[in-house]
Write a protein that binds this ligand. Structure first.
Ligand code: NAD
Length: 333
């Protein structure tokens, strides 16, 4: 259930990115005073067009969350902090591990220190990931599953998540972490596969080109961006969530949360009115080494804590995504 956000001050880190901007639109529509801060990393999903249509009291600050001087006044006036800033590239984290450490751990700890010292009553939700479950022992994966990060990014995202939970436990911050799975929807990066392969699939389909399916049997759990945004808001609004990390999955498709990439490809073509095709490719060896195999989220704990449930079914979510990029593709190339 969504409470009133009229007059509440929300800070979104990574607010020009795919999920941060989706949240900005949602919170603004609920009446919140939204400030987005983003360093516009070229390899991520940051895009000024993502924030198109947001009017005052919305504010965009171009800056790095690791800059304590710039962040202090933003933190001091925030009631809720949606912490989505992060470097997301798995391959990039392997080639530049220290850069990933600085962005995903050091900057995050700096942010938490500011919240602790300047605004300890602010509620905070961190965008964590299912990535660090590694290759699952069982499906669906619940929060008790062993943690085995498969890459440097996974180690750092886990560290940042755990710092949020330590600050909740030891310092009493109202901090929650949501372990996101494969998210998709309007405002994701589509010019290449750096953010998500769903992005480049949609670009190809709109350009009447076949998209590439690497492997095809792997299963993933896909969450539509609006459902992710609603989950972040639900987490802020449910005080009982503080101090906990929760899985987040997507709407079930044909009775299952896990969808093979082959099924996703068929759903995408269906969402495009039956138009489009794909080529099957071998899974590249360098990606295979850090791949997590199949994944399906058990998100019953979060549903029980908040009443949240995903509302957008896979084909509908893909249909909305295609419609968005059909209208706006030029802003994303
Ligand atoms: N999209 C997914 O499927 C998914 C899955 C699991 C976890 N997540 C997490 O959700 C968050 C948002 O992901 P997204 O898909 O929207 O990615 P995104 O790249 O679109 O958004 C992240 C934003 O953070 C910004 N940023 C990075 N470091 C920053 C810093 N130090 N200071 C200020 N801004 C900074 C980037 O410029 C970018 O706009 C990330 O933390 C990511 O790890 C996303």
């Amino acid at each position: 259930m969504t409470t009133s956000w009229q007059g509440r001050k929300a800070l979104i880190t990574g607010g020009a990115g795919f999920l941060g901007a989706t949240l900005a639109h949602r919170l603004a529509s609920l009446g919140a005073e939204v400030t987005a801060v983003d360093s516009f990393l070229p390899e991520g999903g940051a895009n000024p067009f993502n924030l198109d249509g947001l009017a005052a009291p919305f504010t965009l600050v171009k800056g790095d969350i690791g800059d304590a001087v710039a962040m202090t006044p933003l933190i001091e006036r925030s009631d809720a902090i949606f912490n989505l800033a992060g470097r997301t590239g798995h391959m990039d984290s392997m080639s530049d591990p220290l850069g990933d450490l600085a962005a995903n751990v050091t900057a995050q700890l700096g942010l938490l220190e500011l919240v602790r010292t300047r605004r300890p009553t602010a509620r905070i939700v961190y965008a964590s990931t299912r990535q660090f479950y590694g290759v699952p022992d069982y499906l669906p994966v619940d929060e008790k599953h062993a943690l085995r990060p498969p890459d440097v990014n996974g180690v750092h995202k886990l560290a940042a998540e755990q710092h949020h939970l330590i600050y909740a436990k030891v310092h009493g911050l109202a901090a929650t972490a949501l372990r996101l799975t494969n998210c998709y929807g309007p405002r994701m990066r589509v010019k290449d596969a750096r953010q998500t392969f769903v992005g480049i699939w949609i670009r190809r389909i709109l350009e009447d080109q076949p998209f590439e399916v690497w492997g095809g049997a792997q299963k993933r759990d896909f969450t539509y961006a609006d459902d992710v945004a609603d989950a972040f808001i639900a987490a802020i609004d449910a005080p009982a969530c503080a101090g906990n990390a929760y899985n987040l999955g997507g709407a079930h498709h044909n009775g299952s949360g896990a969808v093979s990439l082959d099924t996703l490809a068929e759903a995408l073509i269906a969402a495009n009115g039956g138009q489009g095709g794909f080529k099957r490719m071998e899974f590249p060896a360098d990606r295979k080494r850090i791949d997590i195999g199949d994944y399906e989220a058990d998100d019953r704990a979060f549903r029980a804590a908040t009443g949240w449930a995903p509302r957008v079914d896979l084909v509908e979510g893909l249909r909305r995504s295609i419609a968005y990029y059909r209208a706006n593709l030029a802003h994303y190339l």
